[in-house]
Design a binder for this molecule. Structure first.
Ligand SMILES: Nc1ncnc2c1ncn2[C@@H]1O[C@H](COP(=O)(O)OP(=O)(O)OP(=O)(O)O)[C@@H](O)[C@H]1O
Length: 355
């Protein structure tokens, strides 16, 4: 992914701001957002309701006009284009919607062909394109079904095929799985990954679910109150969230590093000694157990494993452990430095108790 991150961006948003004039005071939905999405990435934007995600996504194809800032897609600044040029540029940007937005009186084939019809493509060519798209989204047996005869997941497959009809290089997904059950969500996310790989698409998706980010994204930006408060590789954001809001999001999916109420239950240190709560992170399949017992022996400490988990993000396994270390302050500092020298990421959990 690092190669991709170094390539020129497929989507480049510079300093976007957008204020809505409500009935009360003006509301700043976007407040100086800058983002660069590399070609071939699946980039997630996550945030609570009202954070500005939809507004940001709609700025990428200029369904929403930013008050300030520029939007470049595939190297072209589209903010200055006239209507005709913008219409052409939009054909290179597909969009998938939460509620599918299918035409109920049209069949699956008719829905997929719809944007091609609008673009003036002839019937034979349209049919050939639909015949290519149906197997790509796993709907080859549903060509003549109507939306009412389809499950939610199948409807979203139609939505994805329709978005791909004009061979876009960039796909925008607006809460594409939020109306689906968890199993179907997994299938649709797997489909997004599959088409990204096969068609070498760039995907920008917005979601309020960190589980979606964990399942499918390469990088993520976290939004709050119209701003990006944190962004990075999904692995890094999940294992080392910096902003308190991100920590809460991450905890929703992978739980708290320190279970609520833990700190209150820990014994106090002996006089002259200290108690430090440490988070130990390791990437890869190695175990920290031997490290803990060796650190305990080497430095004469009591090391109490408060919690631990092993998980994987994408293909990258990681382990996260909370340790309560008891002993002389200097010995704890030495043990911490020793674990760091072994490649473990050790940081203080600064007395934080999520209870
Ligand atoms: N056309 C509009 N007119 C007035 N206010 C708007 C308009 N569009 C969005 N807003 C406001 O801007 C804020 C951000 O909305 P936006 O839809 O971008 O957030 P979001 O993070 O996508 O949340 P949600 O998931 O609820 O849509 C909200 O408070 C919303 O009410």
């Amino acid at each position: 992914m690092s190669d991709r991150a170094e390539a020129p961006p497929a989507i480049l948003l510079r300093d976007l701001s957008r204020t809505f004039q409500g009935r009360g005071s003006p509301f700043r939905a976007l407040d100086g957002v800058s983002l660069a999405v590399a070609p071939g990435e699946i980039f997630g934007i996550v945030g609570r309701s009202g954070a500005g995600k939809s507004t940001l996504l709609r700025c990428v194809n200029l369904l929403e006009r930013p008050d300030t800032g520029t939007v470049s897609v595939l190297g072209e600044d589209i903010t200055g284009l006239d209507e005709g040029a913008l219409r052409r540029a939009r054909r290179g940007i597909g969009m998938v919607f939460q509620h599918f937005n299918l035409l109920s009186a049209r069949t699956v084939a008719g829905n997929i062909a719809f944007p091609l019809e609008i673009a003036g493509m002839g019937r034979a060519e349209r049919e050939a394109r639909v015949a290519e798209l149906l197997p790509l989204v796993g709907l080859e047996n549903r060509r003549d079904s109507y939306p009412a005869q389809l499950s939610g997941g199948q409807k979203q497959r139609v939505g994805i095929a329709r978005a791909l009809a004009s061979r876009p290089r960039v796909l925008l997904c607006d809460e594409a799985t939020s109306a689906l059950d968890p199993e179907t969500t997994g299938e649709i996310l797997a489909l997004l990954r599959d088409i990204r790989d096969r068609l070498d698409l760039t995907v920008l998706l917005i979601t309020h679910e960190m589980a979606v980010v964990k399942a499918v994204c390469d990088r993520v930006a976290v939004m709050e109150a119209g701003r990006v408060i944190e962004q990075g590789r999904v692995f890094d954001v999940f294992t080392r969230p910096a902003h308190p809001t991100t920590r809460r999001f991450v905890a929703e999916v992978i739980g708290h590093v320190v279970p609520p109420g833990t700190v209150a239950r820990l014994p106090a240190p002996n006089p002259g000694e200290e108690r430090r709560l440490l988070q130990v992170l390791f990437a890869g399949p190695s175990s920290t157990r031997a490290v803990v017992s060796e650190a305990s022996r080497r430095f004469g400490l009591d090391l109490n494993i408060v919690s631990g988990r092993i998980d994987a993000i994408g293909a990258e396994p990681y382990g996260l452990m909370a340790l309560a270390a008891y002993g002389p302050p200097a010995a704890i500092a030495e043990a911490t430095a020793w674990m760091q020298s072994l490649g473990l990421d050790v940081s203080d959990i600064a007395g934080e108790d999520p209870a």
